[in-house]
Ligand binder design. Sequence first.
Ligand SMILES: Cc1cc2nc3c(=O)[nH]c(=O)nc-3n(C[C@H](O)[C@H](O)[C@H](O)COP(=O)(O)OP(=O)(O)OC[C@H]3O[C@@H](n4cnc5c(N)ncnc54)[C@H](O)[C@@H]3O)c2cc1C
Length: 290
Amino acid sequence: MKNPPFIYHRPESLAEALALLAEFGDDAKILAGGQSLLPVMALRLGRPDHVVDIGRIPELLTLDAGPSGTTIGALVRHAEAERSAAIATHAPLVAAAAPHIGHRAIRTRGTLVGSVAHADPAAEMPAVCLALGATMVAASVGGTRLIDAADFHEGYLTTALEPNEILTEIRLPAWPDDAGGAVVEISRRHADYALVGLACIIEVGDGSITGAALAFFGADSTPVRVADAEAVLVGRPPAESAFAAAAEIVSARLDPPSDIHGTANYRKHIAGVLTRRGLAEAAATIGVTA
Ligand SMILES: Cc1cc2nc3c(=O)[nH]c(=O)nc-3n(C[C@H](O)[C@H](O)[C@H](O)COP(=O)(O)OP(=O)(O)OC[C@H]3O[C@@H](n4cnc5c(N)ncnc54)[C@H](O)[C@@H]3O)c2cc1C
């Protein structure tokens, strides 16, 4: 299907892009990798008059992963993160998510930041950011503001970004030495969006769980953490009994939608299964066998 007509802009600097957004506001859309925007336009679900292609802006290419944290610029592609040894070491949850995202061709064009800005509730990266407690950096002609991941996703395809803002980068905190992480999901076919998925982190010290994050995707209109289930893990040995206790709470607390792909009850059930599976995988990455 062909796209509707639009005016194409290709700014060469961030300042130029921000000026275009300030001028056109709601009538403009940012184009990053185009893997979500172009289908949306082709299906006439969105019809911006102006498309601002940020693909030539050098300031947005940053990928900096180290022991003190990770910064992912707006032009970093999923495939680049997937290949990066620094990401594998210092942001392993990002590395774990990447292979689940679409096909290789999609990951070659699509950006991590674009995925977070697009805010599909079944996407992996928004949940990874929520699990990690990421900070979003939003720029406009008026300056820059920081938004906590917990406040960023407001609803289906809806974020805290204003129409004149660009999400320039995502900052992830340092990955703790004693933490393991995993991303697990159920989808109908490989590379499909998840029916339900989980990005989880488990921290273990002196034989007990000292911290946990359970961020689900495909389970609500935004990614969602289940605080009670995280709390029940803390202080217990990283063993199947603890994971099963968390899973039971997850299945009780989540309130997922029903659609043609699965009922709410089915999603609640598989969220519990994924809790046990994800926590066991996360523990295994730090040498703990449940
Ligand atoms: C067949 C198919 C399967 C897919 N499967 C998955 C999957 O399993 N999991 C998954 O997570 N994704 C999946 N995707 C989507 C893919 O990950 C996209 O790359 C991603 O969602 C958007 O990234 P993009 O760079 O292509 O953004 P674009 O398509 O260019 O933009 C998407 C939206 O975000 C806005 N935007 C982009 N960048 C910024 C920015 N820096 N600041 C503010 N707004 C911005 C755009 O204006 C637009 O509204 C799939 C896509 C396809 C076509």
